[in-house]
Write a protein that binds this ligand. Structure first.
Ligand SMILES: Nc1ncnc2c1ncn2[C@@H]1O[C@H](COP(=O)(O)OP(=O)(O)OP(=O)(O)O)[C@@H](O)[C@H]1O
Ligand SMILES: [Mg+2]
Length: 369
C-alpha cells in the first residue's frame, strides 16, 4: 500500500498547535517528503517557541506513524533564533573593525589560553542545523583519535551541553578560584547552562556576553588540551566576534544542511570568520540524506550534496556528510551522543573520519595539536 502526501496532510490537520490553529494551517511545515513508506518533514518555528512545539512534533510523528503503510517517519523541529540583533553597546560589528589600525583592533586583545594548543569553532549561519550535536560528536571523534579534547558551549542564549550530555552540576572551584570543568565521556565540559538558569542568560547583552565568554575561556581549569572545540550559537553576532577577538582561533568548522537557504547562511558564516582572519577548516553537510532506521536504505531526499558544491565554489575543504538518523537525534536528546553510545556503529565512524580530517589540518598549522 503506498502512502500519499494527502494522507499525511489529513492526519496532520487534526493536530492542534500553540498558535490556536491546526498544524497544517500554522504555516510551519516544510515540504513533506514521502518515499516508499518513509515520511520526512520539518516543523520550523522561532526558537522562543521551540519548547511549546516539541509536543506537536511528537504528536505529528505518532500520527504519521499510525497511517497504514508508513514504515518510517522522522519529524524534525528546527528552531531558528533571530540573530544579528545585538543592541547598541555590544561587540562592534565585523565591518567596523575591518580596517582598524592594528593597535586599535579588537583582535589586539587576543591571547592564547595557557595549556590549549588549538581552539576550533563549530558554527553555522542558521539555527537548528545540528551544530551542537555535531560539535559534541566531533569532540568525541577527536578524543577517539587520541587527542586531549575539551568542549565549550558558547551558546549563551540557548546552551545545549546540559541536554546533550545529561550533565548539569554547578562546577566546583580550585583554590585559585578557577572553575573545574565537568567531566563526561572523558571530556572536560563547560557551558553557561551549568552556571545560570536559561532565563537569566536570555536577558544578557553584548558586554555581559563578552565577559561570560572571557570567564568560560580563561577562568576555567581546562588543563592541557590538544583541542578545545567551541560550540557556537547560530549566526554571526556578538558571541562569534567576541570569541574571535579573545582567542586566536585555529579555524571554524561550518555546519550546514543541504538546502539552499541554509547554504546561504553557511556562506555568510564563512565570510564573517574570514573578516576576522579565522580560516574555515571545512563544511560539514548535516542531515545530508535520510537513512531508514529499519532497513538502513538511504534516500537522497533533500537534494543532498549542496554543501559539497558550496565548499568547492568557495574553495574550502568539504569534510563530510552526516545522515539524518533517528539514533543521532534520540541519543543527543537523551544525553547519549552516538559516538559514545554506538562507538563501533556507522555514525561514529563518520564523525571519526571528519575528526581525522580536522586533526590533519590542525597538524599542518604552526601551532599544531
Ligand atoms: N544528523 C542528525 N540526524 C537526526 N537528528 C539530528 C541530526 N543532527 C541534529 N539532529 C537533531 O536536530 C535538532 C537540532 O540539533 P542541534 O541542537 O544540534 O542544532 P544546533 O544547530 O546546535 O541548534 P541551535 O542553533 O539552536 O544551537 C536536535 O533535536 C538534534 O538531536
Ligand atoms: Mg546549538
Amino acid at each position: 500500500m503506498s502512502v500519499t502526501k494527502d494522507q499525511v496532510l489529513s492526519s496532520l490537520a487534526r493536530i492542534p498547535t500553540p498558535r490556536g490553529v491546526s498544524l497544517t494551517v500554522a504555516k510551519v511545515l516544510s515540504e513533506i517528503t514521502v518515499n516508499s513508506g518513509k515520511v520526512f518533514f520539518s516543523i520550523n518555528v522561532d526558537a522562543s517557541e521551540a519548547r511549546a512545539w516539541e509536543d506537536v512534533r511528537a504528536q505529528a510523528e505518532a500520527a504519521v506513524k499510525a497511517i497504514p503503510g508508513v514504515t518510517a517517519v522522522l519529524v524534525a523541529l528546527t528552531a531558528e533564533r533571530r540573530t544579528g540583533t545585538a543592541p547598541a553597546g555590544g561587540v562592534k560589528p565585523v565591518a567596523s573593525h575591518q580596517h582598524a589600525r592594528p593597535a586599535d583592533s579588537p583582535m589586539a586583545q587576543q591571547k592564547a589560553i595557557p595549556g590549549i594548543k588549538s581552539v576550533i569553532a563549530v558554527a553555522s549561519g542558521k539555527g537548528g542545523v545540528g551544530k551542537s550535536t555535531t560539535a559534541l560528536n566531533l569532540a568525541l571523534g577527536l578524543r577517539d583519535l587520541g587527542l586531549k579534547v575539551g568542549l565549550l558551549d558558547a551558546d549563551i542564549y540557548g546552551p545545549s551541553l546540559p541536554r546533550l550530555t545529561g550533565t548539569k552540576e554547578m562546577p566546583k572551584l580550585t583554590d585559585d578560584k578557577k572553575m573545574i570543568p565537568l567531566q563526561r565521556f572523558g571530556l572536560p565540559l563547560m557551558s553557561i547552562g551549568f552556571l545560570v538558569s536559561e532565563d537569566t542568560a536570555m536577558v544578557w547583552r553584548g558586554p555581559m556576553i563578552q565577559s561570560a565568554m572571557r570567564q568560560m575561556l580563561w577562568d576555567v581549569a581546562w588543563g592541557d588540551l590538544d583541542v578545545l572545540v567551541v560550540d557556537m550559537p547560530p549566526g554571526t553576532g556578538d558571541a562569534q566576534l567576541s570569541l574571535a577577538q579573545q582567542v586566536p582561533l585555529s579555524g571554524a568548522v561550518i555546519v550546514s544542511t543541504p538546502q539552499d537557504l541554509a547554504l546561504a547562511d553557511a556562506r555568510r558564516g564563512i565570510t564573517a570568520f574570514k573578516k576576522v582572519n579565522v580560516p574555515t577548516l571545512g563544511i560539514i553537510e548535516n542531515m545530508s540524506y535520510f537513512q531508514c532506521p529499519h532497513c538502513n536504505t538511504r534516500s537522497d531526499i533533500f537534494g543532498h550534496g549542496g554543501a559539497r558544491h558550496e565548499a568547492e565554489k568557495l574553495g574550502v575543504p568539504f569534510l563530510g556528510e552526516i545522515p539524518l538518523h533517528i539514533a543521532i537525534r534520540e541519543g543527543s536528546d537523551e544525553g547519549r551522543p552516538v559516538v559514545e553510545s554506538e562507538p563501533t556503529g556507522p555514525h561514529a565512524e563518520i564523525y571519526r573520519v571528519i575528526a581525522d580530517k580536522i586533526k590533519n589540518q590542525l597538524k599542518a598549522q604552526p601551532t599544531a595539536a
